[in-house]
Design a protein around this ligand. Structure first.
Ligand code: SF4
Length: 69
């Protein structure tokens, strides 16, 4: 797992969501974090508050995404 799971507001908010979209996103990014924009920022800037809606891709989650279970 990514070493920031306990500090990452995205992971804390969305990793337990049930829809396939969230499950797929967490699986594809958070197993190792190597392609995640949040991970890169934590590495470069230290652990800091990033909005939970900032996705690993670097885009902000849309309202449609946020409404998914
Ligand atoms: S979103 Fe990125 S920083 Fe957060 S737990 Fe997943 S891989 Fe790590």
């Amino acid at each position: 797992m990514c070493k920031y799971v306990n500090n990452c507001s995205f992971f804390q908010e969305f990793s337990s969501r049930e829809s396939l979209l969230w499950k797929a996103m967490v699986k594809s990014y958070c197993d190792d974090g190597s392609t995640c924009v949040r991970h890169r920022r934590y590495e470069g800037e230290g652990i800091k508050d990033l909005p939970e809606t900032l996705m690993p891709s670097g885009k902000h989650a849309s309202k449609a995404f946020l409404a998914l279970p």
